[in-house]
Design a protein around this ligand. Structure first.
Ligand code: CU
Length: 525
């Protein structure tokens, strides 16, 4: 502990307060906190849009919204959850945890870090205010497919601008993360000694730098098609709308892994801590993560099986997609092997991680189903796909984010959270999540199309169940908010090391971690 003593607050002259603290901050923990609260606000916003969707679908017939507005709800729900909620939440974790976990004093480019964050609120404002411009927000789906997206009103332009800004933010964040990890590790912290969360973020940051410019290219071509008479996606002008899909999904599939690899990282920190055993197969975890990232670049057209591609293409993209199950299986095996014969306890972080294992694996299996070309052609654009990716993104990414939040809340706030509330939050989330999304598999297999505000009466029962589940899930998140606020405001004082089996570097610091990071880097043996 000698080498890792914190800074004494009473003698600290450089600690700004009030609004300036948050606007001007270059401290990785403050910026991490900003990212986390921003993503939570977006999570609530995107969640309210989802409830708008589920309210309309509670029963057949048109109840609440015009069809155009319904399409805007689905589109903005997707864009806000992906770019506003999930991705910034993981960047918030990266900011808080990576410097603490590798023994760095801060992020490498502290001012750029501030800029990366403060780009996000204006981007979110563009997205949200697009509901109020003539024609409303874009209703082209979060994928913004041409030719519809070429024809829509100015809400589409705001979305394009927002995507550009969020992309710039992501790229700067990634440069910061990679530079921090490669240049600022404490002596002794070799790459293969890094905690797995750091490894997954290093790989994710490379993915982001590789594909965010591709998305920027796609929406820029969209912009010039819309306003400057280019014809990239216009068949009459020698272009091709399918080109948009290729470019979009060359970004879009790796994006899926951008949203799940850091989740793998969190789960890989949490499970060993509560199994009281070191992570099984550390090196294979690193290689599996890298394999998933590399494979993610050669599977994009599995989103496009119905555009009319040659059988050789269908076969290639089907088998390449299935190949990803191999490294993913390695990971699931390692997590289970970590728990095997461990002396396990089930505090809230562990509940969310074990819950993640169950329900995320379910999303993985339905992903394999979707990968099979002839089946995919049947279930394309149905609720089966909606069920599949919500198992991946809610039970996968979101549950891991909850797991990590409860795991590190004692470190972040200096207080223990209320375990009873945490467990209540877990069980409510788990039950209502499955109520909402499990039945969507049946709806999809029975042929209910997605992104449609009305449906045939044979789908009524499952839709009613899904809508009840969705409102229950939404309300359950108030428990989370209450639990977090309670923890910030007070509660039992957290010891520096609240979890017995947690052994990564950040737990050698007092709780909360001092405002200034290490005065001198700790020595890692
Ligand atoms: Cu994909």
């Amino acid at each position: 502990m000698e080498a890792v003593h914190g800074h004494d607050h009473s003698h600290d002259h450089h600690h700004p307060t009030g609004l300036t603290r948050w606007l001007m901050t270059t401290n990785h923990k403050d910026i991490g906190t900003l990212y986390l609260w921003f993503s939570f606000a977006m999570f609530i916003t995107g969640g309210l849009l989802a409830l708008g969707i589920r309210a309309e679908l509670f029963k057949p017939g048109m109840q609440l919204w015009q069809p155009e507005f319904f399409n805007q709800l689905t589109t903005m729900h997707g864009l806000i959850m992906v770019f506003g909620a999930i991705m910034p939440a993981f960047v918030g974790f990266a900011n808080w945890q990576i410097p603490l976990m590798i023994g760095a004093s801060d992020m490498a480019f502290a001012r750029m870090n501030n800029f990366s964050f403060w780009l996000l609120p204006p981007a979110a404002a563009l997205l949200v205010t697009s509901f109020f411009v003539p024609g409303g927000a874009t209703g082209a789906g979060w994928t913004l497919y041409a030719p519809l997206s070429v024809q829509q009103g100015m809400g589409m332009d705001l979305a394009i601008f927002a995507v550009h800004i969020m992309g710039a933010s992501s790229i700067m964040g990634s440069i910061n993360i990679i530079t921090t990890i490669l240049n600022m590790r404490a002596p002794g912290m070799t790459l293969m000694k890094m905690p797995l969360f750091v490894w997954t973020w290093l790989i994710t940051a490379y993915l982001l730098i590789a594909v965010m410019p591709v998305l920027a290219g796609a929406v820029t071509m969209l912009l010039t098609d819309r306003h400057f008479d280019t014809h990239f996606f216009n068949a009459a002008g020698g272009g091709d709308p399918v080109l948009y899909q290729h470019v979009f999904w060359f970004f879009g599939h790796p994006e899926v892994y951008i949203m799940i690899l850091p989740a793998f990282g969190i789960v890989s920190q949490v499970i060993p801590a509560f199994a009281r055993k070191p992570l099984f197969g550390y090196a294979s975890m690193v290689y599996a993560t890298a394999s998933i990232a590399i494979l993610s670049f050669i599977v994009w057209a599995h989103h496009m099986f119905v555009v009319g591609m040659p059988a050789a293409g269908q076969l290639f993209f089907m088998y390449a997609t299935m190949l990803i199950a191999v490294p993913t299986g390695v990971k699931v095996f390692n997590w289970v092997a970590t728990m095997w014969k461990g002396s396990m306890t089930f505090e809230t972080p562990m509940l969310f991680s074990v819950g993640f294992l169950f329900v995320f694996s379910m999303g993985g299996f339905t992903g394999l189903v979707c990968a099979i070309t002839p089946i995919d052609i049947q279930i394309q654009d149905t609720y089966y796909v909606v069920a599949h990716f919500h198992y991946v993104l809610v039970a996968g990414s979101l549950f891991a984010l909850f797991s990590g939040t409860y795991f590190w809340l004692p470190k972040w706030t200096g207080h223990m959270y209320d375990e009873k509330l945490g467990k209540l939050h877990f069980w409510c989330s788990m039950i209502f999540f499955n109520l909402t999304f499990f039945v969507m598999h049946f709806l999809g297999l029975a042929g209910m199309p997605r992104r449609v505000p009305d449906y045939a009466t044979q789908f009524a029962d499952f839709n009613m169940i899904a809508s009840i589940g969705a409102f229950g899930f939404g309300l359950s998140q108030l428990i989370f908010l209450w639990c977090v606020i309670k923890c910030i405001k007070g509660g039992e004082k957290a010891p520096a090391k609240p979890w017995e089996g947690a052994d990564s570097l950040e737990w050698t610091l007092p709780s909360p971690a001092p405002y200034h990071s290490f005065e001198t880097p700790p020595i890692v043996k």
